[in-house]
Design a protein around this ligand. Sequence first.
Ligand code: SF4
Length: 502
Amino acid sequence: MQATVCASQRATGPAAVASSSSGTGAARRAALPRRQACRLQQRLAASAAPTSSSAKEVLERAADRSEGKAEPGFDARAFRRSLNSTGRYTRKPSNDPDSLQLMEEHGVGYSTTGLVAQMRETGYAWRQGDVSVKLAEAYGFCWGVERAVQMAYEARKAYPGQRLHITNEIIHNPGVNQRLKEMDVQFIDLGPDGEKDFSGVKSGEVVILPAFGASVQELRLLNERQVQIVDTTCPWVSKVWNAVDNQTRKGHTSIIHGKWAHEETIATASFAGTYLIVKDLKEAEYVCDYILNGGDREVFLAKFKNAMSEGFDPDRDLQRIGMANQTTMLKGETEAIGKLLEKTQLKKYGPAELAQRFMVMDTICDATQERQDAVYKLTGAQDTPEGIDMMLVVGGFNSSNTSHLQEIGEMKGIPSFWVDSAARIDVAANKVTHKLAHGELVETENWLPEGPITIGVTSGASTPDKAVEDVLDRVFRIKDPSFAGIAPRKTSVKKESHDEEE
Ligand code: SF4
């Protein structure tokens, strides 16, 4: 068997590295995806899927681009915008009533009749026997996630006989993803090399991009395959892409506050030229110390080996920097990192040069912040009779924003239980399996005590109301074995919504 070798693998000497990471704007951008383009090339070659403009052409362009020679003017933002004129690209919901109705039936949207909907009418509070529930005033499905699920449902209806794929989980919620599978939406799996395997995606089929977006390399591949793209990327995420694009155009390195393995951050990094991903303030402090005082370059490179662009050089690439973020990180930490980076550049280069050395744009999502603020409010009266006995946090275990909601309760010393579905609660045994903010999965027996209890409840931005209702149903059943459920009732108080930003 003949191995496929990328052009970028052949060009690996010091000169190639230097040429890939020097310069600004388009040249640096063109040099970015060497490793990704190379993997893509190998996967495409292996799959030999029939395509319109042929996989070979895509491979050649990907390889050429990875060496920064064939497409020096490649402009990721312009490319993304150009998709609008292909006739094979949808990026807004159609507000189809049948799809909205089906979402309601499946419990994957906002509740309009269940307990959560009824709580919106009763001041975000509920009393069921010994259990008092206080729902955070901002909780659950955000606008961008609801929009993404709606677009996926609309796509299923709009292309009834066609194969539908999705490049990742639509959102971080197991129940919603399961519903899509049941509607015959194919999830693009990882191949044996640990990379996504697009070999099953054929020309003319439909591919949904999730709310967190997709990398520019995936977009290019899908465009070349001539598939119908349904892009549910949240406009708040696109705003971050525009920020890193601006930084790249000005020759700045994007410092991204995020988790390097998170889909959204992977996509954001793909739109940046040179980038470095810091996961928290501690890592940012390390970077700032390096900027001011220098340090061991090799130790730096080892520390960020998974979190930086190809050929990153801390001695060269930290001279001009810009701030960007994964939209679901803690806002306070993102702001603190931004201020620290700005202060560092000010100290290093002086006020006259600051504007040329540091760029920032507010790109944190309001929905994330509102949910965090609501938990701070809910947990802000612990020394008064208004205090709560415990927090219940509902959301996918791989949901970043949900982990931050859990973190708040833990930081305040309030017993806080994060579950991803009602199935984590064993009613008969009064036992819960829950996750801690730092990732540990634990079991708590004799979970709910005898007598009255006040529970603060919130849910992550990827969590449909139905998931919260199911969890509370089990809580009520533990406290009262004769509990028969909450009767549905049509309600009128709607959930908050954001205007589209783009
Ligand atoms: S959390 Fe914010 S950025 Fe993420 S999908 Fe929701 S609205 Fe968009």
